[in-house]
Design a protein around this ligand. Structure first.
Ligand SMILES: Cc1cc2nc3c(=O)[nH]c(=O)nc-3n(C[C@H](O)[C@H](O)[C@H](O)COP(=O)(O)O)c2cc1C
Length: 186
């Protein structure tokens, strides 16, 4: 069944990425008219890239974990990357996951949702340079979610819905370009 893949880019044991994904998924789904499947990179647990041949040169993957990840991406109509900002970039685990594949990304509609103390815009911009390099079709401007310091209790969000609320319209509006109004790849 057609669906959007929402990639949770944070893998830390105590994090907020999973809480944000839970809030964002229904908004994307509503806008796109498609269900959202969440893939958590912490659960996917890809090792540091260990394919012997680079993805752009071959899709004859050596490892089961690569084949499984490739199928997850191939099966999706579109991919939404949910990424925190770490030291002005985006997490190494997310870059590692992207580097495992190549043709799977090409022409795939994509959206980047970043977050951080000031929206995680620098991390989101770095990620966008990569998604554009692998020729994903960016559906909209990055959505940048600001998380104020007082939103955290023990490094979890006390009220994730309140953090996401100001971005509801932006997230819903990005949906059609990820789903029902998809334009054919040129
Ligand atoms: C390694 C690391 C680096 C960080 N660097 C930044 C940063 O550059 N800018 C920022 O706004 N927040 C930064 N933060 C704070 C994160 O945005 C915040 O901890 C957020 O909750 C991380 O997402 P996560 O909890 O889902 O991993 C950093 C956090 C970590 C763990």
């Amino acid at each position: 069944m057609a669906h959007i893949l929402l990639v949770v880019g944070s893998t830390r044991p105590v994090r907020v990425g999973d809480q944000l994904a839970e809030q964002i998924a229904p908004l994307l789904s509503e806008g796109a008219g498609l269900p959202v499947r969440v893939v958590d990179l912490a659960e996917l647990d890809l090792p540091l890239l260990n394919e012997p041949v680079m993805a752009g040169a071959s899709i004859d993957y050596a490892h089961e974990h690569t084949k499984a990840w490739s199928e997850l991406v191939k099966d999706a109509e579109a991919v939404v990357f949910l990424t925190p900002q770490y030291n002005s970039g985006y997490p190494a685990g997310l870059k590692n996951a992207i580097d495992y594949l190549y043709v799977e990304w090409q022409a795939k509609p994509a959206l980047i949702v970043s977050y951080g103390a000031f929206g995680g815009g620098m991390g989101g911009a770095q990620l966008r340079a990569v998604t554009e390099f692998v020729k994903m079709r960016m559906a909209a401007d990055n959505v940048e979610i600001t998380i104020p310091r007082d939103a955290y209790v023990d490094w979890r969000l006390a009220d994730p819905a309140a953090v996401v609320a100001p971005y509801r319209e932006q997230l819903t509006a990005a949906g059609p370009a990820l789903g029902k109004d998809l334009v054919p790849a040129s």
